[in-house]
Design a protein around this ligand. Structure first.
Ligand SMILES: NC(=O)c1ccc[n+]([C@@H]2O[C@H](COP(=O)([O-])OP(=O)(O)OC[C@H]3O[C@@H](n4cnc5c(N)ncnc54)[C@H](O)[C@@H]3O)[C@@H](O)[C@H]2O)c1
Length: 249
């Protein structure tokens, strides 16, 4: 079973990196991650993950801006050249630029829509070219509970994540006959660089809404992404699975 090939966007750190590692441990013989920036170089990043895994799974890292249509095409070509195919696509790259609408700039609105939503169009379109002819594919898009329930100060982010959910359900219907599934995972409040920016007061307020009483870990998300890619989820498509300690129920 451990013979699949995956592409994960925004995979150099946080939730993306945990997804790369989980797929590489459970279902994949090789994984290609993309990112717009790396702590050192893409090669160093790939080597570091390979040595953390220590199980012989091949990791490739490719510098690509998820907002660029051309970079998405180049990423898929790299995946074909290096791995020989792409079975799983995980659209994980995302950013926040929070502000109340009254203070939100046009640039901050556009930037969040481009990275969180336009990127899904770029990568899904590029990957489907190969998945449709292979008559197999698993696509998982990382949404957010904010896309389901809204959040003051995050109208750009909520719009991007809600948009991503509508996009995923539409594509799930378009490609189901080709044995390609498209699902979303909607994380709640997860411990990564993205949430490090929050103040202690904001954290305490958020934690009051988490019945399980703790922040999630990147691995909590990665396990569900891996499940949706695995053959245990072959009959699941067009769904949004919230992984949020019970915030939304
Ligand atoms: N952390 C949370 O609480 C939380 C909650 C809900 C959803 N999410 C979603 O999970 C995903 C991962 O978030 P995270 O918490 O790991 O954040 P993070 O900031 O730690 O990681 C995001 C990654 O995306 C990359 N990235 C940003 N812009 C990019 C671009 N234009 N092209 C390619 N890569 C780009 C970053 O360099 C980084 O490696 C995002 O889509 C985020 O919206 C996170």
């Amino acid at each position: 079973m451990k013979n699949k090939k995956a592409v994960v966007t925004g995979g150099s750190r946080g939730i993306g990196k945990a997804i790369v590692k989980e797929l590489a441990l459970r279902n994949c013989s090789s994984v290609l991650l993309t990112d717009i920036s790396f702590a050192s170089t893409p090669e160093e990043c790939a080597k570091e993950i390979e040595s953390e895994l220590g199980n012989g799974t091949k990791i490739f890292a490719f510098k690509a801006d998820a907002t660029s249509f051309n970079d998405a095409q180049a990423t898929m070509q790299e995946a074909i050249d290096k791995m020989g195919g792409v079975d799983f696509l995980v659209n994980n790259a995302g950013i926040t630029k929070d502000n109340l609408l009254i203070r939100m700039t046009e640039n901050d609105f556009d930037a969040v829509i481009n990275v969180n939503l336009k990127s899904i169009f770029n990568y899904t379109k590029a990957a489907l070219k190969f998945m449709v002819s292979a008559r197999y594919g698993r696509i998982v898009n990382i949404a957010s509970v904010v896309g389901l329930m809204g959040n003051a100060g995050q109208s750009n982010y909520a719009a991007s994540k809600a948009g991503l959910i509508g996009f995923s359900k539409s594509i799930a219907r378009e490609v189901a006959s080709r044995n390609i599934t498209v699902n979303c995972v909607a994380p709640g409040f997860i411990e990564t660089d993205m949430t490090k920016k929050l103040s202690e007061i904001q954290r305490e307020a958020l934690m009051k809404n988490v019945p399980l009483g703790r922040m999630g870990s990147p691995e909590d998300i990665a396990k569900v992404v891996n499940f949706l890619c695995s053959e245990d989820a072959d009959y699941i498509t067009g769904q949004v699975i919230t992984v949020d300690g019970g915030m939304v129920m």
